[in-house]
Write a protein that binds this ligand. Structure first.
Ligand SMILES: [Fe+2]
Ligand SMILES: [Fe+2]
Length: 240
């Protein structure tokens, strides 16, 4: 075995370690997700959380764009272009996520224009500003850690909780569930895109440690967002 092969085997093993660490994160058993998926919230409470998901979905393509422009090797960054086309709001790509999400908004009686004209909740803004700032100012490795591990890898399970939670609303049509369902299906493939980029981009242990740092720090911030969201939904009447 030559040195290159040995290095790539080590990197793959170390990536597996990060995967295990991330998969055992407390975020996957967060009280907000547990309560949501077990039917602990009614339609009005879920509507409140769904409204914030708008800002997440809207901003994610900007994060992808920020990462894309920071990778100089076009062969490494190419898969991000296709990803961006599916995630970008207004995109006409088949399976474009905003089209699916619009159906969720329709069901809850939320309008895109209204959401665009009001600010996100403080906790939403705080988390979204954090992750966008990581994309612009932290190392590319940390951005890969945020997107690959703290989003795509854990999102398969997080979206399963969302899906089961939203499904508990009596009479909800399938059209309002597709957005959540398709994320459960797409995330393993999306994660693979980032894993491949990490394998091509990351060349040293130090570099991989930055990926891990980006993953863990983002998960911590995401947990804080869920803490706030749970608090908000649990005290819903106060916000009326
Ligand atoms: Fe999406
Ligand atoms: Fe995804």
């Amino acid at each position: 075995m030559n040195n290159l092969t040995v290095n790539s085997i080590f990197r793959t093993m170390n990536i597996q370690k990060i995967e295990e660490e991330v998969r055992s994160s407390e975020i996957l058993n967060h009280p907000f997700l547990i309560k949501l998926q077990s039917g602990g919230y009614d339609k009005e409470q879920i509507k409140l959380w769904v409204s914030q998901q708008f800002y997440f979905s809207n901003q994610f393509p900007r994060c992808l764009g920020a990462l894309w422009c920071r990778i100089s090797d076009y062969q490494i960054s190419l898969p991000l272009m296709k990803f961006l086309a599916v995630e970008h709001w207004g995109s006409e790509e088949t399976g474009a996520h905003w089209k699916q999400y619009r159906k969720v908004l329709d069901y809850f009686g939320l309008s895109i224009n209204e959401l665009k004209s009001v600010p996100a909740f403080d906790e939403t803004k705080e988390y979204l500003d954090y992750r966008f700032n990581v994309c612009l100012n932290n190392t590319v490795e940390e951005v890969l850690g945020f997107m690959g591990f703290a989003h795509e890898l854990v999102n398969e399970k997080i979206f399963a909780s969302y899906y089961h939670g939203v499904k508990t609303i009596e009479g909800i049509p399938d059209s309002a569930l597709t957005y959540f369902k398709s994320h459960i299906e797409d995330e393993p493939e999306d994660y693979q895109i980032f894993k491949n980029i990490i394998l091509s981009f990351v060349k040293s242990d130090e570099s991989l440690q930055l990926v891990e740092k980006g993953a863990i720090q983002t998960l911590e911030r995401r947990i804080i967002f869920f803490d706030h969201m749970k608090n908000r939904l649990d005290n819903f009447s106060k916000y009326q």
